[in-house]
Ligand binder design. Structure first.
Ligand SMILES: [Zn+2]
Ligand SMILES: [Zn+2]
Length: 179
């Protein structure tokens, strides 16, 4: 038995059930939020939910096991967030999800498992914050660095597809010109 207690990614039916119920961007645009699975060495599933402009709604980590995966997910995020201090313990919330609340297909998939386990989901949600000059900033993600390297950073809320600090000097942002 491995130290992680046989931790595994949740079955596909369960992953589907874990998708957010209101997939629209919040306070940035009205585009639908898309889910992107991130390649990682963690046993579970890392998913980032962001709009096409890069504004992050939530990043989640789902693992099918008996241990609390919060600290492993936190380490994953810290290595991909600029600055690292943006990853705050208080913004990480863990929840145990059981079969019945996930719907029938997920429940069936969990019931077929050899040993009963729960799906542990950690949610990372960073709320917009204001600079001293009143500029509101929120969390964005940059996908230009490979499937295993989403880069999380803050940019003004009205920015569209802002470049992350790793993308270039100054990490310039482009402002939306559309209404
Ligand atoms: Zn948006
Ligand atoms: Zn970048």
């Amino acid at each position: 038995m491995s130290r992680a207690g046989g931790a595994a990614p949740p079955p596909p039916a369960v992953r589907k059930a874990l998708e957010p119920a209101a997939p629209r961007c919040y306070r940035h645009c009205t585009a639908p939020v898309g889910a992107r699975r991130i390649r990682s060495t963690l046993p579970g599933t890392v998913t980032v939910y962001a709009c096409p402009g890069g504004a992050v709604s939530v990043a989640t980590y789902a693992e099918w096991s008996r241990r609390d995966p919060s600290s492993a997910f936190r380490r994953f995020l810290v290595g991909r967030t600029l600055p690292r201090s943006l990853v705050q313990e208080v913004d990480l919330r863990g929840a145990t999800r059981h079969g019945p609340e996930l719907g029938l297909p997920a429940e069936r998939a969990l019931r077929r498992a050899a040993s009963p386990r729960s799906v542990l989901v950690v949610y990372w949600r960073v709320y917009p914050s204001k600079d001293p000059d009143g500029t509101e900033r929120r969390l964005f993600v940059c996908y230009r660095h490979g499937r295993a390297e989403p880069i999380f950073f803050r940019a003004p809320t009205d920015a569209d597809r802002p470049r992350c600090p790793r993308c270039g000097p100054g990490g310039r942002t482009t402002r939306r010109t559309r209404a």
